[in-house]
Write a protein that binds this ligand. Structure first.
Ligand code: NAD
Length: 481
């Protein structure tokens, strides 16, 4: 099992993290060009982080397999590859990001000034991550924080003990503890961390419920935070979506719903479909499931639920409710522990058990609508501000009607889920699904402060008379000229 960090050591770890940041800044400041030296240190640390993961890829895949029989394919494609791309992007772009950005200031007051925005490091930051993509959602923010020049304390998820232990060991061997410290633990340890007043930022990824706790604790010390939370992300299949693309659409929706066994923050959680389309969908659903899983047994590269409790409660939710379920044709009687087959559920109303909370299981309920405005109103009433929204429609106005009325963290038209891998676009939620964003240059913004720097020449002093006392009636007019 995973050895938790002793709670009484935690405050000291945070203190050391903060001290290592301050020491580094003092050291860097001795160089003639501190920024160049800082850049080199950050790049070296990012490279160590990159290779520490890359060199232990096989062990990471194995650890995740042991934790929740995570599909090897999903670990490689949905975690490792995305993480490598992100770290490599940070390495490539950092020499540009670290430079102050020159600003053209239009006010006459700054006509002869040198105005820039300098993105400065925050200090020591706390990164807390969830179980579902523990490598990517842990180490991408960690890498972003390092790119920003910060010291980091990382709290991985206790729900994937093999992976968290392995990553903790790898990091302590390969990445300087002056940059990155790992605190292992669950609620008690995390609570101690978020109550510490010395962090300069908290970056939290996890459930909306815990996100609110993090925000409350952070507020006590005015610690800034980014919250990457969850929720129910809807899929709209509208009246005017072309039937000829329906099979492809279902593949895309099922991919979003069943990857990682539905344990994905931006999973397609439920489908709202116009009643004229449901017949065709019912005809096609089983065929698509059978194409994806010609057989589902112990040898299938298919992810299980994270633990028995999640498995039991999901199973119960499905068993105790009505609706018509569709599963792949060839599901073995004996499945691995905590494994639930992908299940589409038709004939579901808004009051169905699967329509209440984020499913976080391989279930996909379909609700039908007649009037689009009514469907939109239901989304807003029950699951407002989702992390993502997916629209399948061939009608521009229909799409606009949905997008204008339903706010969401992100929106994909014609696909699901893969927007997470967009490298040059921000990723984040809105209100209940999160605040703040990251990825690409937004990652750099999340872990730096934008400091405006204005350099004033002295030869302009003659012109400053207008702003100085004595104030005469003519001066305001001159200032406005
Ligand atoms: P979780 O909120 O239970 O746990 C996340 C982290 O918070 C863990 O490190 C855990 O130790 C800690 N934690 C748990 N309870 C706590 C408490 N009471 N006080 C302090 N810390 C606590 O989330 P999870 O089950 O690991 O992950 C699933 C959730 O995360 C889902 O809701 C999902 O939508 C969301 N999620 C969001 C994103 C995103 O990018 N927006 C990504 C992945 C998952």
């Amino acid at each position: 099992s995973l050895q938790y960090t002793p709670v009484d050591d935690i405050d000291e770890i945070v203190k050391l993290s903060k001290a290592s940041f301050e020491e580094r800044q003092a050291e860097i400041s001795k160089f003639k060009n501190p920024r160049n030296h800082d850049l080199k240190l950050r790049l070296d640390t990012l490279k160590s982080l990159y290779y520490s993961v890359k060199d232990h890829e096989a062990e990471i895949i194995e650890a995740l397999l042991n934790d929740f029989k995570r599909s090897k394919h999903e670990t490689v494609v949905m975690e490792l590859v995305v993480l490598y791309n992100s770290i490599l992007q940070y390495i490539k772009k950092l020499p540009h990001w670290i430079k102050p950005e020159k600003i053209r200031e239009s006010s006459a007051l700054f006509m002869f000034s040198n105005v820039s925005v300098d993105r400065i490091s925050l200090g020591s930051v706390l990164v807390i991550s969830p179980f579902n993509y523990p490598v990517l959602l842990g180490l991408e923010p960690v890498a972003a924080a390092i790119a920003g020049g910060n010291s980091v304390v990382w709290k991985p998820s206790e729900l994937v003990p093999n992976t968290s232990r392995l990553l903790g060991n790898i990091i302590s061997c390969h990445v300087s503890s002056k940059w990155l410290k790992v605190v292992q633990g669950a609620v008690t340890e995390t609570t101690r961390l978020i109550q510490n007043p010395n962090f300069d930022k908290i970056f939290y990824t996890g459930s909306t419920k815990v996100g609110a706790i993090v925000a409350q604790e952070a507020a006590k010390h005015l610690t800034p935070y980014t919250l990457e939370l969850g929720g129910k992300s809807p899929v709209f299949i509208t009246e005017h979506f072309s039937e000829s693309n329906m099979r492809a659409a279902l593949k895309r929706v099922f991919f979003g719903a069943f990857s990682n066994s539905g344990q994905t923050c931006v999973a397609s959680d439920y489908v709202i479909v116009h009643e004229s389309q449901i017949k065709k969908i019912k005809e096609l659903a089983k065929g698509v499931l059978d194409e994806f899983w010609p057989i589902l047994d112990k040898d299938t590269d298919y992810t299980c639920m994270v633990h028995e409790k999640a498995y039991e409660s999901a199973k119960k939710k499905l068993e105790c409710t009505d609706g018509t379920t569709v599963q792949p044709s060839n599901v073995a009687a004996e499945l691995p522990k905590n494994c639930l087959p992908p299940t589409v559920v038709f004939d579901v109303g808004w009051d169905h058990a699967l329509m209440k909370e984020e499913n976080f299981a391989p279930f996909l309920p379909f609700v039908t609508y007649v009037d689009l405005d009514d469907a939109i109103a239901k989304v807003k009433k029950y699951h407002n501000n989702p992390l993502a929204m997916y629209i399948f429609s061939n009608n521009k106005h229909e799409t606009e009607r949905i997008m204008t009325q339903v706010k969401s963290g992100a929106c994909m038209i014609g696909d699901t889920l893969v927007h997470v891998a967009a490298q040059n676009a921000p990723f984040g939620g809105i209100r209940q699904s999160g605040s703040g964003s990251y990825h690409g240059r937004w990652s750099y913004s999340a872990f730096t402060h934008e400091r405006t720097v204005i350099r004033q020449p002295f030869w302009t002093e003659l012109m400053n008379g207008v702003r100085n006392p004595p104030y005469t009636p003519t001066k305001p007019k001159m200032a406005q000229a």
